[in-house]
Design a binder for this molecule. Structure first.
Ligand SMILES: Nc1ncnc2c1ncn2[C@@H]1O[C@H](COP(=O)(O)OP(=O)(O)OP(=O)(O)O)[C@@H](O)[C@H]1O
Ligand SMILES: Cc1ncc(COP(=O)(O)O)c(N)n1
Length: 270
């Protein structure tokens, strides 16, 4: 009998296919997890920015969560855009229905700077959902928002990761350095040790959806039962290659190329 590793994303949409649910499902597929999705908001956006947002009615969000968890195995799940406190409450009350690693990408705004979460929801997310996470993956502005302090150096990133675990209750925190200059360095505190994950910075504007792709890749690896450190190491490689092979599509920040890591395989066949 076939057994599948099953990964679920709970997030908003991107009709241009580079971020959100669409990026997550592509990533799950590439990493051989059976992908499932619950939509929080339908977002009219593309590579240039966000045009409009339609939040799912809370009842519909609850019904989607219930539909998937009452029928399907969930071996790991992630949350991305959760626009309102009401939605966060619905997700929190659903959490006991799943016993699986939880990766939170605390999406606050799109790369274009457009907000994807109500201002007052940020504290609620931190104080009420963060303590349930296996891993939270803030970029630098999101980590600054969580700890309420500015982050300049790698040392600051380490302190922030540690603080997110010890003061705010995440099991592990990965502070991503995509917004800094120089090497693309991410810092993990796993509850006992600091680990760094580093790659050369790729000179490109095409980074729409990198955060979504990275957290989805980690979720996919966790759904296969991979350890946290190994899952992050593999996902760092995946997202770096996806940025390296990104597409010149759209008039803004182009999307990452999710099937880049299969290039070698394709080349063998062609
Ligand atoms: N130009 C780049 N070259 C190499 N790696 C990068 C580059 N930009 C971002 N990264 C890496 O991509 C991953 C996502 O990090 P980033 O800080 O960009 O997340 P994010 O801000 O949530 O994503 P987004 O940019 O999609 O909003 C991290 O591993 C980061 O180090
Ligand atoms: C629905 C949704 N979720 C997350 C992001 C963040 O992705 P990015 O910062 O790469 O634009 C996005 N643009 N849209």
């Amino acid at each position: 009998m076939n057994q599948a590793a099953c990964a679920l994303t709970i997030a908003g949409t991107d009709p241009s296919g580079g971020a959100g649910i669409q990026a997550d499902l592509k990533t799950f597929q590439e990493l051989k997890s059976y992908g499932m999705s619950v939509i929080t908001s339908v977002v009219a956006q593309n590579t240039t920015g966000v045009k409009d947002i339609h939040d799912m009615p809370i009842d519909m969000l609850k019904k989607q969560l219930e539909a998937v968890s009452s029928d399907m195995p969930i071996h790991a799940f992630k949350t991305g855009m959760i626009a309102s406190i009401e939605m966060m409450k619905a997700i929190k009350s659903w959490l006991p229905a799943v016993a699986a690693p939880y990766v939170m990408d605390p999406v606050m705004m799109a790369q274009s700077g457009d907000p994807l979460m109500e201002e007052e929801s940020r504290l609620w997310l931190r104080d009420n959902l963060l303590p349930y996470t296996t891993l939270v993956t803030p970029n630098i502005p999101e980590a600054e928002d969580i700890i309420g302090e500015s982050i300049q150096s790698i040392e600051d990133m380490k302190e922030a990761a540690e603080q997110i675990v010890t003061s705010f209750g995440a099991s592990a925190a990965l502070v991503k350095g995509g917004h800094r200059k120089g090497q693309a360095i991410d810092v993990l505190f796993d509850g006992s040790d600091i680990h760094t994950f580093s790659s050369k910075r790729i000179d490109t504007e095409n980074t729409h959806g990198t955060g979504c792709t990275y957290s989805a890749a980690i979720t996919a690896h966790l759904s296969h039962g991979t350890s946290l450190i190994e899952a992050i190491e593999q996902s760092k490689y995946f997202v770096t290659e996806a940025i390296r092979h990104s597409f010149e599509l759209g008039q803004g920040s182009g999307p990452t190329n999710h099937f880049a890591t299969r290039e070698e395989v394709f080349n063998k066949w062609l």
